[in-house]
Design a protein around this ligand. Structure first.
Ligand SMILES: N[C@@H](CCC(=O)N[C@@H](CS)C(=O)NCC(=O)O)C(=O)O
Length: 193
């Protein structure tokens, strides 16, 4: 199996953490600059984003879709609760993904030369990150303290926000919630630099 990724991609990291939790090795293929516009760089993903999983004949895009594919194939017991249908957990997942998407848009827009401070559209993205984090802080108890896909997801979001300095809001309860899992060796080892 091959996972097209970038070392800093938070969407790819939640899949990498799941793979590490499942103790499954895959070939990691670095896409390089995620702002480039060539599908071949992204494992053939026409949307030109990472992660993309290639498993023989199967080609899978979208991080949560990849995670679901992996546990259906490799972990029918679903130890990390990837296939949850719990409404609250799925709301947390949606807010985490929304914050991560807004952040990626801001970073990639700046990387391609746009001054995001000059466009109101990007102000709304920054506000979405802030409101999203406030919601996650208020709803921190919905995130398990034990290893779970949701916790991996929250760690991937948090470390990426911290790396890019996009997190003006302190979220002490959220940080405390995810810290036991963040200290696990394979989680700490994949922290983006
Ligand atoms: N919804 C997608 C989002 C993936 C995504 O936005 N990945 C970023 C890197 S963290 C990317 O490759 N962006 C390239 C671009 O938008 O040009 C998923 O969950 O996989």
């Amino acid at each position: 199996m091959q996972l097209h990724y970038t070392p800093r991609s938070h969407f790819a990291r939640k899949v990498r953490l799941l793979l590490a939790g499942l103790q499954v090795d895959v070939d990691l293929i670095d896409a390089g600059n995620a702002a480039e516009a060539d599908p071949a760089r992204f494992g053939g993903n026409p949307l030109m984003k990472v992660p993309t999983l290639v498993d023989g004949q199967h080609w899978v895009v979208e991080s949560d879709h990849i995670a679901a594919y992996l546990v259906r194939k490799l972990d029918p017991a679903d130890r990390f609760d990837v296939l949850t249908t719990d409404v609250d957990a799925l709301n947390v997942r949606a807010v985490l993904n929304g914050v991560m998407s807004a952040e990626a848009e801001l970073i990639l827009a700046e990387r391609t030369g746009l001054d995001t401070r000059a466009h109101r559209r990007f102000d709304k993205m920054r506000a979405g990150i802030d409101h999203g984090l406030a919601w996650l802080e208020d709803n921190h108890s919905l995130i398990p303290t034990a290893s779970s896909y949701l916790t991996f997801h929250a760690i991937a979001m948090w470390d990426h926000l911290a790396l890019y300095g996009m997190c003006e809001r302190d979220c002490p309860r959220l940080r405390e919630r995810i810290s036991p899992c963040a200290d696990i060796d394979f989680v700490a080892a994949s922290k983006p630099l």
